[in-house]
Design a protein around this ligand. Structure first.
Ligand code: FEO
Length: 164
């Protein structure tokens, strides 16, 4: 059984994961219209991952005797200032999500909720992987430089989504 505090922060995470999915969807759609097919493919896949993360929170809350609340999501931006800045934004967002997951870990310890503590570890690992894969993309972009964005776009097609 979840305490009210844990139920509340898990519900807040539903909103964050749902927003992440929409943010990456907005980025994917922008990249697609700008002609970056590879980047768009990566972001669409990432958006689907975030949707799966949100579903995990919904099911867990309900299974543990709480009530998952599906919120309205803020509208993500519609324009982005190029590929490099876009991935910087993705990394910044993933760091924000990691901090949020860490806060859930801390609260679960404080509330002696070891079931949630155990369950949330999957997300701790996931965030390490997501940050690392976005950082690797940023490093690659730096290496290739602005003149090789086309090559980068082809290259990213061979990468799997950040959460895999
Ligand atoms: Fe679900 Fe990328 O955090």
């Amino acid at each position: 059984m979840l305490t009210k505090k844990i139920e509340l922060i898990l519900n807040e995470q539903i909103a964050k994961e749902g927003y992440s999915s929409n943010l990456y969807l907005a980025m994917a759609s922008w990249a697609e219209t700008e002609g970056y097919a590879g980047v768009a493919q990566w972001l669409y896949a990432q958006s689907a991952e975030e949707l799966m993360h949100m579903m995990k929170f919904i099911h867990f809350i309900n299974e543990r005797g709480g009530k998952a609340i599906i919120p309205a999501f803020d509208q993500p931006p519609t324009k982005f200032e190029g590929i490099k800045k876009l991935f910087d934004q993705v990394l910044e967002h993933e760091r924000f999500i990691s901090a949020s997951i860490n806060a859930i870990v801390a609260h679960s310890i404080k509330e002696n909720d070891f079931a949630t503590h155990n369950w949330i570890q999957w997300f701790v690992t996931e965030q390490v992987e997501e940050e690392a894969s976005v950082q690797a993309i940023i490093d690659k972009l730096k290496l290739l430089g602005d003149s090789n964005v086309y090559m980068f776009d082809r290259d990213i097609m061979s990468l799997r989504g950040a959460g895999k």
